[in-house]
Ligand binder design. Structure first.
Ligand code: ADP
Ligand code: NA
Length: 327
């Protein structure tokens, strides 16, 4: 692992699934790699999804994505954190790759097929999405890409693009590997479904209003067999217990599980404790976010500085690409 690249879309609020499943790892990789960890807010990808794209909101969401990532622990003085459209070489390389990528390789992508099936009019950008993604990664000659397993096929395509290029124009790009952290939890939804996800609407935002978080915890499904407080309950059928593992010390959870199972404790008490522990864990992030919100220029400056550093690498790669490509 020499250089890591990961991109995130500027869509909506970061939820605790994103945080525990992905952000925590980005922060850890950043600590380890410093400026060889490159994180990009991919605003040019956003308009490929007409349903989620809003020109009035895009810039605000891009800013929010920067703010929340810094608040969650990405240190912009260490890692490179920047906005895709601030480094125009991404789209330049994407065009070069577009001319070298068989159309059939793109129409085969399952994400394209799934997303296109839901649209009346399919933007060509949706088809090109994985080519732009390959350019995002390869322009930094990144070898490691920490993303979710839903990106496996896109990463295969990026490797294919790198391989084809290297054969035709000379060794230029490493073949980037997906990095799936085996220790990253898959956080369930507040409804108990297997995955918390924006598209399902079963999330808790890490910057969400405290009262709103409490209301969501309050109605989390409990063991349906437990009707009265005097009934024994199965903690594995209580959604609150699922969440407790991420926020409370294991000894405390063990005590609560036993009490719950032998009807010593009510669900409301478990939920109140979950709320307390969750807020305690999220507090440092929420405090940093509030500070940054009061000083937005800190976020802007960090992103600008990140773009400057990213661009120096991207320009060097583009020079090499133009030369080899005959431009
Ligand atoms: P969503 O599914 O809410 O749209 P994204 O697809 O934008 O979230 O995911 C952003 C990152 O967060 C990805 O790396 C993804 O693997 C991770 N992630 C999303 N939801 C969860 C979850 N419930 N548990 C663990 N990781 C998650
Ligand atoms: Na998703």
């Amino acid at each position: 692992m020499k250089r890591v690249f990961s991109g995130f879309q500027p869509t909506g609020e970061l939820h605790i699934g994103n945080y525990l499943g992905a952000m925590v790892n980005y922060v850890a990789l950043g600590e380890k790699l410093g400026r060889d960890a490159i994180y990009c807010i991919v605003d040019y990808h956003a308009p490929t999804n007409p349903a989620a794209y809003d020109k009035e909101l895009l810039r605000q969401r891009t800013f929010e994505a920067g703010l929340v990532n810094i608040a969650a622990g990405l240190d912009p003085d260490k890692v490179i954190l920047f906005v895709q459209s601030h480094v125009p070489e991404h789209t330049e390389l994407a065009w070069v790759f577009t001319t070298q990528t068989p159309y059939g390789d793109l129409t085969r992508m399952t994400q394209f097929k799934d997303k296109a099936a839901k649209l009346e009019s399919v933007p060509a950008g949706l088809l090109m999405y994985p080519v732009l993604m390959a350019a995002d990664i390869l322009i930094y000659k990144a070898d490691t890409v920490p993303v979710g397993d839903d990106q496996t096929q896109h990463l295969e395509l990026a490797r294919e693009i790198a391989r084809r290029w290297n054969l035709e124009y000379g060794e230029t790009f490493p073949e980037p590997q997906i990095y799936l952290n085996p220790n990253a939890p898959r956080v369930p939804g507040i409804d108990g479904k297997a995955k918390m996800s924006k598209s399902v609407g079963n999330t808790i935002g890490i910057l969400e209003d405290a009262e709103s978080i409490w209301q969501k915890i309050r109605v989390m499904p409990d063991d349906p067999a437990r009707i009265r407080l005097s009934d024994p309950g199965d903690p594995d059928r209580s959604v609150a217990f699922k969440f407790l593992q991420y926020f409370a010390p294991p000894e405390l959870i063990q005590v609560l599980r036993e009490e719950y199972a032998r009807r010593g404790i009510g669900t409301l008490a478990v939920k109140q404790l979950l709320f307390q522990e969750m807020m305690k864990s999220l507090r440092p992030i929420r405090e940093r976010a509030a500070e940054l919100r009061a000083n937005p220029e800190r976020v802007m400056d960090a992103l600008e500085d990140g773009a400057r550093r990213a661009r120096a690498i991207a320009q060097a790669t583009m020079e090499e690409v133009r030369e080899k490509f005959g431009l």
